[in-house]
Write a protein that binds this ligand. Structure first.
Ligand code: FAD
Length: 415
């Protein structure tokens, strides 16, 4: 089966996920839109098991049956966690409009549920077959109706998808400007997913009001997902290659500060990869038997991801030079007057074609300020939780008391 539909049975499985994700980042230069379903499935696997242990429910068996169907049909699954959230300082039930978080609006006679609300920023959901809906935060008893997990086919009646705009997105629609697109092969997309009375049958409901498990589910999902941002090391590999290539083309690659900046890019990028791999290698079994990455290290990984791609982008833009943002477009290069002038004045190092110089500059533009800057930069900042969300987990898991004991012991302090 596809590894994206596989439940991790060992730390080695988690490590193989990480290798796959970096490799796909390298091959696409963007978000390849699939890790969120894999991470949701793994978090749901163990959480449904734990709920059943406490409540005697049958969510785990339901989830297994659903996942087996997904595996047999090789389906793509989107993971829908982030609600639109309204006023961030209010809980779901405190909001002026109850639909600002996805919730159970009413119940069906067959035991099924009817959902209302909206999920924001949904990666790849539009081009998935199914989505797994989950709450996005630890909830209290007053928010019982918001503690809902279920599977929904993408084309279920009552769902409206609203497509997000991206920087430079119209370039992909212009005819004859393949170079200006920067990466004409791959790009990601996100949608807002609105649920207006979407019916879900009981066999596809995997959590219904068990508020005490919402925090655990979010913590587990983010442990998988924050470490999944190893994909950005794959994009960083592309950036390093682009930074080195543009330096070769400009004739600067032997300058000591250029070499040092390439080393800095590699160092930052491998730090992302190293912490992701450490989280995977440190995976431990949950009571359900599947493996969960090491939570502290997964959060350290994602915290690095909120910063390092921005620094790598800055360094690459430094090496690229000003043509990164003043380069004329495809139409100018094929213009009878401007085209000839550009061929003459856009020459850099001997033997390098102007077309190749344009191509590498456009790729860097695409990844640092064009369509795929969504996948390389902004998604690195907010995807799987904005920076502060990781710091909350790091604060909880850094075990200050144990660290104080170490220091006091060496200092000879007796209290
Ligand atoms: C490209 C992209 C792809 C994504 N893909 C998916 C996906 O496939 N599935 C999915 O479920 N989600 C997805 N997300 C959503 C992502 O998890 C959220 O963007 C993230 O959790 C931040 O939420 P927000 O966008 O609502 O920002 P906000 O919550 O508005 O955060 C903005 C700022 O406000 C701060 N803040 C927010 N609430 C509080 C508070 N109560 N107190 C103090 N400070 C606060 C934050 O720390 C941050 O600094 C994606 C996001 C992006 C950008």
């Amino acid at each position: 089966m596809s590894r994206f539909l596989h439940i991790a049975e060992s730390a080695e499985d988690l490590v193989l996920q990480s290798h796959m994700q970096r490799e796909l980042g390298r091959r696409t230069g963007t978000c390849f839109q699939r890790c969120v379903g894999m991470d949701a499935a793994n978090a749901m696997w163990s959480t449904t098991f734990d709920i059943d242990q406490k409540h005697g429910s049958s969510y785990h068996q339901r989830f297994q049956d659903f996942l087996k169907t997904m595996q047999k049909q090789n389906c793509v699954i989107g993971g829908a966690m982030t609600d639109v959230k309204g006023d961030r300082m209010l809980t779901p039930s405190q909001q002026e409009d109850p639909d600002l978080f996805v919730h159970i609006h009413r119940r069906l006679p067959n035991g099924g549920i009817v959902l209302r609300g909206a999920k924001a920023h949904q990666t790849g959901t539009l081009n998935s077959h199914w989505m797994i809906v989950m709450p996005g935060a630890a909830l209290k008893e007053a928010d019982k109706d918001y503690a809902v997990c279920c599977a929904i086919p993408i084309d279920a009646p009552g769902i409206t998808y609203i497509y997000g705009r991206q920087s430079c997105d119209l370039r992909a629609m212009e005819v004859g400007n393949e170079i200006d697109q920067g990466n004409a092969k791959f790009g990601g997309q996100e949608t807002m997913v609105c649920f207006e009375d979407v019916e879900v049958p009981p066999e596809l409901v995997f959590m219904d009001g068990e508020v005490e498990f919402t925090g655990l589910l979010v913590e587990r999902f983010t442990a998988y997902h924050r470490r999944s941002y190893v994909c950005k090391a794959g994009l960083g590999d592309v950036m390093l290659g682009a930074a080195a290539t543009v330096s070769d083309y400009n004739g600067t690659s032997k300058a000591s500060h250029i070499k040092d900046k390439l080393v800095e890019i590699a160092f930052l990028n491998e730090t992302i990869a190293g912490t992701a791999l450490a989280a995977s290698y440190g995976g431990k079994p949950t009571p359900s038997g599947n493996f969960l990455p090491e939570i502290l290290m997964a959060n350290v990984c994602k915290q690095h991801v909120t910063r390092m791609p921005y620094e790598i982008a800055r360094l690459t833009q430094d090496l690229a030079g000003g043509f990164l943002v003043t380069l004329p477009g495809d139409k100018e290069f094929s213009h009878p007057v401007a085209g000839a002038l550009l061929e003459k004045y856009m020459k850099a190092k001997k033997g390098v074609t102007v077309e190749n110089r344009r191509r590498i500059l456009r790729l860097i533009e695409n990844m640092t300020m064009g369509r795929n800057a969504v996948g390389y930069l902004s998604e690195s900042m907010h995807g799987a939780g904005s920076p502060q969300a990781q710091r909350v987990l790091i604060a909880r898991l850094m075990d200050l008391e144990a660290k104080k004991k170490l220091a006091k012991h060496l200092a000879g302090i007796v209290e």
